[in-house]
Write a protein that binds this ligand. Structure first.
Ligand SMILES: [Zn+2]
Length: 300
C-alpha cells in the first residue's frame, strides 16, 4: 500500500484567520473564496440499489500493532484524475493528518460526480448518461477529483482552475441517511444554503467545508463548538435554490480543506492568502484508519 506523505506545516507569521499560500508557490494573494463548484449533475431517480460492499475485508489488526495499517482498499493514487477530466495537480501532501473520515458509514466512495454515470460529462465519453446509482459509482477504486476541470479559481491546479474539493458518495445511493461528522475539534463558522464550514482548533487552522448536506436536518449552527466525530448533517443532494426552486446535485459530500499561510517580504510587506488544498491523501489516510477500526467515534 501507499505510504503517506508527511504534512507540510508552515510557520505562520500571522495568528488567526486565513493567511495562506500553497507549498512551492511564492505568489501572493490568491484567495479563491468562490462558492463551491457547480457540480451540477442530472438528478436522476434515486433508488435504493447497490449496497456497495467493501471489497476490503475489515479485519482488525490484532492488538498492539504499530501504525502500519492492516487493511488497505483499492484507490487510485493522489493526483490521478479520471482520464479527460482535466490537467490535475501535483501536490500529494497530507494536509490534514489525523482527521476523522467525514462520513459515518462503513464504506464510502470518493469519485467524480460529473465524469461518472449520472454526471453531466459522462456522456461525452460515448456512454449513456446513466444513473447516479450505477454500481460503478458505488464501488472501488476511489478516484481523486481535486482540480477536475471546472471554472473555479484554484491555485493548486496546473491550469489555475478546477474543482476545489473531493467528492465522496456515501455507502449507498440513498439521501439523508448517512451522517457527515466533524473531522476535527473546532467551531462552525459558516452555514449557507448548502454549505457548512468548520474551522479547526489545530494550528495552523484549517477550514473544512461540507457541501450538499440536507439543510432541514442540520445539527449545527454558526458559533457551535464541535468535537471530532460529532454529527453535523445528513449527506444529501442539496444544491440550494434558484429563484425559490430547490436545486439538486448527486447524492454526495463535497469535502474541502483550506489552509492559511503568510509570508513577509524583505520590505516588511506581509502577504496573506488562503487556498484550497487537496484533501485526497488525508482522506485515504482517514479511511484506512476507519477500515482498521481506529477512526473517530461518532458523537451525537
Ligand atoms: Zn465537488
Amino acid at each position: 500500500m501507499r505510504k503517506l506523505a508527511l504534512v507540510p506545516l508552515f510557520a505562520l507569521a500571522l495568528a488567526g484567520c486565513d493567511q495562506l499560500m500553497p507549498p512551492g508557490n511564492d505568489s501572493s494573494s490568491a484567495a479563491p473564496a468562490s462558492e463551491a463548484a457547480s457540480e451540477a449533475a442530472s438528478e436522476s431517480a434515486v433508488s435504493d440499489s447497490m449496497s456497495a460492499e467493501a471489497s476490503a475485508s475489515a479485519e482488525n489488526s490484532s492488538s498492539e500493532s504499530s501504525s502500519v495499517a492492516a487493511v488497505d482498499f483499492p484507490h487510485d493514487p493522489a493526483t490521478q484524475l479520471v482520464s479527460g477530466s482535466g490537467q490535475g495537480y501535483t501536490d500529494t501532501s497530507n494536509w490534514a493528518p489525523g482527521i476523522c473520515f467525514p462520513i459515518a458509514a462503513a464504506t464510502a466512495y470518493a469519485n467524480s460526480q460529473v465524469y461518472s454515470p449520472g454526471g453531466d460529462h459522462y456522456p461525452s465519453y460515448g456512454h449513456a448518461s446513466g444513473s447516479q446509482c450505477d454500481s460503478k459509482n458505488y464501488s472501488y477504486p476511489w478516484h481523486d477529483n481535486f482540480c477536475e476541470a471546472r471554472s473555479w479559481s484554484n491555485v493548486m491546479c496546473k491550469s489555475g482552475q478546477g474543482h476545489q474539493g473531493q467528492d465522496i458518495r456515501p455507502q449507498t445511493c440513498k439521501a439523508k441517511t448517512y451522517w457527515a461528522i466533524a473531522v476535527e475539534d473546532g467551531t462552525i463558522t459558516q452555514v449557507g444554503s448548502y454549505t457548512v464550514a468548520l474551522t479547526g482548533t489545530d494550528t495552523p487552522h484549517r477550514i473544512f467545508r461540507y457541501l450538499h448536506l440536507d439543510s432541514g436536518t442540520l445539527k449545527v449552527k454558526v458559533g457551535d463548538h464541535v468535537v471530532r466525530g460529532q454529527k453535523i448533517g445528513l449527506v444529501s443532494d442539496n444544491f440550494g435554490t434558484s429563484n425559490g426552486v430547490p436545486q439538486h446535485t448527486t447524492i454526495h459530500l463535497h469535502f474541502e480543506v483550506r489552509v492559511a499561510q503568510s509570508e513577509t517580504l524583505p520590505d516588511g510587506t506581509v502577504l496573506a492568502a488562503s487556498s484550497f488544498v487537496p484533501p485526497y491523501t488525508a482522506l485515504v489516510d482517514a479511511y484506512t484508519r476507519r477500515l482498521n477500526g481506529s477512526d473517530c467515534q461518532v458523537v451525537e
